[in-house]
Design a protein around this ligand. Structure first.
Ligand SMILES: NC(=O)c1ccc[n+]([C@@H]2O[C@H](COP(=O)([O-])OP(=O)(O)OC[C@H]3O[C@@H](n4cnc5c(N)ncnc54)[C@H](OP(=O)(O)O)[C@@H]3O)[C@@H](O)[C@H]2O)c1
Length: 262
């Protein structure tokens, strides 16, 4: 899709991947609507977008609250008259051993990472179908396909987001509405500073936010349906799918080895 002249709603745009994508979208000629909870950070991002896209707007919104999610969709449609691109980017981590998880925490993670994107998709896709043009981008995670240890709630929320987006693609085939699921590995953002999470210990070299944003912009321009960055994570996911018991056994052995300090 060529983003010039499009209207995009990008969630979680106060920092990290969402903030960078908002600026990239604006520089590519899109009007952007952005949302997050931190008003000051959101205002900074909006002011950088306004340099390219003077109709850009921002909404302070807590996606953990379903009423605020519905209001966001309605207000974006009211302000812009249409939304051509929805970027489901906002997300919270939850690195916590399954024995230390409680149901309320799982519900909150699912609310922010899956149910809010699902609500926004349901609210915004019909007007895309009416115009025969639209794009839903969902920022998932390799955790969705690799069952990352200590991330049961997070990985499940991302798996749900991926599959919901894929089925949306199938149901809307030939309507002009496309989808893109993004599977980042580790990206150097504030996600790893969010409190109330176990330390992140996986020995993975992070990519920069700019590298991820370059790849997402390229995938959108190429009408891709899926993006893994780094690309080798797709091979790991295929390896897991080929032999799930062996993959789970290997993951458990790796966690034991890390716990033993080796
Ligand atoms: N960084 C990585 O290694 C990595 C890897 C795979 C996938 N991802 C995914 O990439 C996406 C962006 O994360 P990031 O790495 O850019 O981290 P980030 O800098 O922490 O960004 C997360 C964004 O989500 C927003 N957000 C969180 N909770 C929210 C809520 N309840 N309501 C509204 N907005 C909320 C945050 O804004 P406020 O705090 O201002 O609300 C922030 O703008 C997430 O979905 C994450 O799961 C990241």
């Amino acid at each position: 899709m060529d983003l010039a002249g499009k209207v995009a709603l990008i969630t979680g745009a106060s920092s990290g991947i969402g903030a960078t994508l908002a600026e990239r979208f604006a520089a590519a000629g899109a009007t952007v609507g952005i949302c997050a909870r931190r008003a000051d950070r959101l205002a900074d991002v909006r002011s950088r977008c306004l340099a390219h896209a003077p109709r850009s707007r921002s909404w302070v919104c807590d996606l953990a609250d379903p009423d605020q999610v519905e209001r966001l969709a309605a207000e974006a449609l009211g302000a812009f008259g249409r939304v051509d691109v929805l970027v489901n980017n906002a997300g919270i981590p939850k690195r916590r051993h399954v024995l230390a998880l409680d149901a309320a925490t799982v519900e909150t993670v699912l609310q922010v990472n899956f149910l809010a994107p699902a609500r926004l998709t349901l609210a915004l896709v019909p007007q895309m179908v009416e115009r025969g043009d639209g794009l839903v981008v969902s920022v998932s995670s390799v955790a969705a396909t690799l069952s990352s240890p200590g991330e049961a709630a997070y990985a499940a929320s991302k798996a749900a987001l991926s599959v919901f987006t894929e089925v949306t693609a199938v149901d809307l085939w030939n309507t002009g509405v496309r989808t893109l699921v993004v599977y980042p590995g580790v990206v150097d953002t504030e996600l790893f500073d969010v409190p109330d999470n176990d330390p992140f210990t996986a020995p993975v070299t992070p990519v920069t936010v700019d590298e991820l944003a370059d790849a997402v912009m390229g995938a959108i321009a190429a009408d891709a349906r899926e993006l893994y960055l780094p690309a080798f994570f797709k091979d790991l996911a295929a390896g897991k799918a080929a032999d799930v018991p062996r993959f789970l056994e290997g993951s458990a052995a790796f966690v034991r080895q890390q716990g033993a300090g080796g």
